[in-house]
Every structure is written in structure tokens, then in C-alpha cells.
Design a protein around this ligand. Structure first.
Ligand code: GRF
Length: 220
């Protein structure tokens, strides 16, 4: 089995979607734990209800950012994960700490990176007049939403969309994207090589795309 630790700061719908895929038996993953920087994160409650280890660490209990990140990732390492999945985890991670997890930590972000790293992605896409919006899964580096992009899902923007309708519609697509990407990493079909993302052993020049039937395909 391919062991996963999820980091989440809030709601946890992406965690729940991954867990549901695991429960349906459609992907060879085993979620070992949910870790959070917020003791009140609803994601922790979802994990507890599912009988999954739920751990909260408070940044204020640590002298500085690096001490917190070291403690959090040491706690994650106790579950010997093959992959750490950041799903709505709202902190940038110290470079030395995340550097030890190269190719073993991914994040889901609600924009078509490199567009709109950071917050308010839906409002920014609307302001820019984008016709297409989407979500990306990328390997995590110390740069905010800046690591190599593995895969994306695209979605049309409608004329009557506002930030809330866009966010809600995209969330369902995010869940599909995260499940498909994690599944291919777990099956050893996606990895981070010396020259970038590899898919079935071939280095990719562009992110994989999720098609309507839920399959990730190379755009080469
Ligand atoms: C998602 O939109 C994700 O892309 C972003 O934060 C949100 C988390 O949602 N990084 P949830 O906590 O998984 O429901």
C-alpha cells in the first residue's frame, strides 16, 4: 500500500474525497493521518470520525516558523508516508524542511498555475476576464504555489459567475484532479525526475490534463 499523510488547515473536502476513493477501493492508497496547524479545523473531525489519526500542532507553541515546520514534518514522518498531500494547508513551508521531501509532497491549488498563486484565485480570474479557470496539483517547494505543476483541470467561466459560484463548481473538479493525480503517483506512473515531471517514464514539457472521463493525459 502507498501510505499518505494529509495536511489541512480547514474544511477538508479534498481529504474527504481522497478518503472516499480509498474506501471505494479504486486506488491503492492508505491515508495514515491528517495533520493540521489549526486545532479547530473541520478536517480533523472528519479524520477522527473515519478512525484516522488526527493531529493538531499549534504554531504559537514553537519559537519560530522553522521549529514548527520541523516538528510538523517530524510528526508526519512517524507515519512513514510515501507521499504528503497538502489539501487546503495554508502555510508556506521552510525551504530546508520541504527540501527533504522533494518529489514526495504535493499541493492542490485552485488556479491554473502559474496564474494566481496565493489567495483569492477565483476573484482574480474573474477580474482578469478569463474564459477558462481551473485547478493545479504541483510538487511542493518553498516558493508559495511555485513548485513543478503535475496536472491541471480546466473549466469554463460563465458570464453570470461570481467568485462563490466559481469556487463551488471548481471544488468538484479539484476532487477529481487530486484523486487521479494521487492515484498515478501511488501506481508509480508519475514522479519528479531530475529534469521535471515524468509520466510513464517520459519527461513532460507541460502539465497533464484531466479529461471529461477523469483520465489524466499528456498534452505532448
Ligand atoms: C481548495 O480549494 C484547495 O485547492 C485550496 O484550498 C481549498 C481547500 O478546500 N488549496 P478543502 O479544505 O479541501 O475543502
Amino acid at each position: 500500500m502507498f501510505d499518505i499523510v494529509v495536511l489541512a488547515s480547514g474544511r477538508g473536502s479534498n481529504f474527504a474525497a481522497l478518503l472516499a476513493a480509498q474506501t471505494r477501493g479504486e486506488t491503492p492508497i492508505r491515508i495514515r493521518a491528517l495533520l493540521s496547524d489549526k486545532a479547530k479545523a473541520p478536517a480533523l473531525e472528519l479524520a477522527r470520525n473515519a478512525g484516522i489519526a488526527a493531529v493538531a500542532l499549534a504554531p504559537r507553541d514553537y519559537a519560530d516558523r522553522i521549529s514548527f515546520d520541523q516538528a510538523l514534518f517530524a510528526r508526519a514522518a512517524e507515519f512513514t508516508p510515501n507521499l504528503i498531500v497538502l489539501a487546503g494547508y495554508m502555510r508556506v513551508i521552510d525551504a530546508a524542511v520541504i527540501g527533504q521531501w522533494r518529489g514526495k509532497a504535493i499541493n492542490i491549488h485552485p488556479s491554473l498555475l502559474p496564474k494566481y498563486p496565493g489567495l483569492h484565485t477565483h476573484a482574480r480570474a474573474l477580474e482578469a476576464g478569463d474564459n477558462v479557470h481551473g485547478s493545479s496539483v504541483h510538487f511542493v517547494t518553498a516558493e508559495l504555489d511555485g513548485g513543478p505543476v503535475i496536472a491541471q483541470v480546466e473549466m469554463p467561466v460563465c458570464t453570470d459567475d461570481n467568485a462563490d459560484t466559481l469556487a463551488a463548481r471548481l471544488l468538484a473538479q479539484e476532487h477529481r484532479l487530486l484523486i487521479s493525480t494521487v492515484d498515478l503517483i501511488a501506481r508509480g506512473r508519475i514522479a519528479l525526475g531530475a529534469d521535471g515531471i515524468t509520466f510513464d517514464g517520459r519527461t513532460q514539457q507541460a502539465p497533464l490534463k484531466l479529461n471529461a472521463s477523469g483520465t489524466l493525459t499528456s498534452v505532448e
